[in-house]
Design a protein around this ligand. Sequence first.
Ligand code: MN
Length: 233
Amino acid sequence: MTQYLWTPPAVQSLPVRGMTERLPINRLFFVGRNYHAHAVEMGRPVDKTVERPFYFTKAPQTLTESGATVAYPPETSNYHFEMEMVVAIGKPGFRVKAEDAHDIIFGYGAGLDMTRRDLQLVARDKGRPWDLGKDVEQSSVCSEIVPMPGVVIDQGEIALEVNGVTKQKSNVDKLIWNVREIIADLSLFYHLQPGDLIYTGTPEGVGAVLAGDKISGRVEGVSEVSLTVGSAE
Ligand code: MN
């Protein structure tokens, strides 16, 4: 039995619909600019004929369960919501062919990729890493995972409201790189593992939240996610 100086951090996990066992989380991957209208609103249109998808990661410790209240984070004055469909990987996969991608899917969730937009844009424009903008404590929000082994979701409304007002409304059929293509491409770079989550990107309509705001979102046919933004510490 390995002896540690102090108790190691707990494994991050999410509830699984219909099961008592929780899904243990391995890594958190995020696809950048994966809806055309969002890419345009960020001032960086995507031409799929000459570009590949790109990714960033967040520490698993940033994972936060739907329904939480989180403090407005430090060192930002432009904290943004991004509503995303989340794919949960259930089997190992390396250099997975797009036509085989369904084999490693465990299920799906509804997620929020909360972002310090001011810091992300400074980093982007100065050619610096995105960590301070993206790898924010409590910023990777996710619903329960809905088991759908072998299922590829290629359509369904994705929407988000803040205080009941619709801010984002699109359809996952507008993903620039779809679920099969993302798994095929990401698995060229990484040995995907059970418990990896892939946040597939956000549609247009992203915007800032304020302390006290209540965010709610959903992916049709999957689940709902909610988050309350508390006061700054
Ligand atoms: Mn995102």
